[in-house]
Design a protein around this ligand. Sequence first.
Ligand SMILES: Nc1c(NC[C@H](O)[C@H](O)[C@H](O)CO)[nH]c(=O)[nH]c1=O
Ligand SMILES: CC(=O)[C@@H](O)COP(=O)(O)O
Length: 162
Amino acid sequence: MATSLKSLSDYSSKNLQGAKDKVFAIVVSEWNDTVTEALYEGAYETLLQNGVKKENIVKRYVPGSYELTLGAQWMAERDDIDAVICLGCVIQGETRHFDFICDAVANGITNVNLKYNKPVIFGVLTPDTMKQALDRAGGKHGNKGDEAAITAVKMLGLKETL
Ligand SMILES: Nc1c(NC[C@H](O)[C@H](O)[C@H](O)CO)[nH]c(=O)[nH]c1=O
Ligand SMILES: CC(=O)[C@@H](O)COP(=O)(O)O
């Protein structure tokens, strides 16, 4: 379903109680920081609303979305980190650079999930325009940061049932 047909901020709080004592790293790309800081605020507030302690949220910055993979790896390899949320915004420019970054980050973050066997969430917007990005960072389509935070909580809940 396209984002335009749903809100990124809609979720059921059912079965989301398991995050109270979990530690979350949030790695934030500095590129398009107006967008990525809005994503961070969404993720941060959503974690707090679902019982996560402020002291259990660790924020780190990387220069751009391409660096999210290594930043996520450095956080995922820490024994005290239960889940990693990666937040970025890659906006289509004039060249194919967009494609290379998006592919590298999506595949890279997937690999970190599997390498460290812990949730590493792809909270990266890949819009054509800044307007599309802002619509998904607290605008009319909700906040991708909210969705990323809930995804991390849900995956930790799933892991508890294994
Ligand atoms: N154009 C965007 C970038 N580009 C920078 C890369 O992510 C990377 O930092 C650079 O290639 C050096 O390795 N990054 C974004 O996050 N968003 C963009 O729109
Ligand atoms: C996604 C990018 O790196 C992009 O913003 C760079 O712009 P351009 O493709 O015009 O060089």
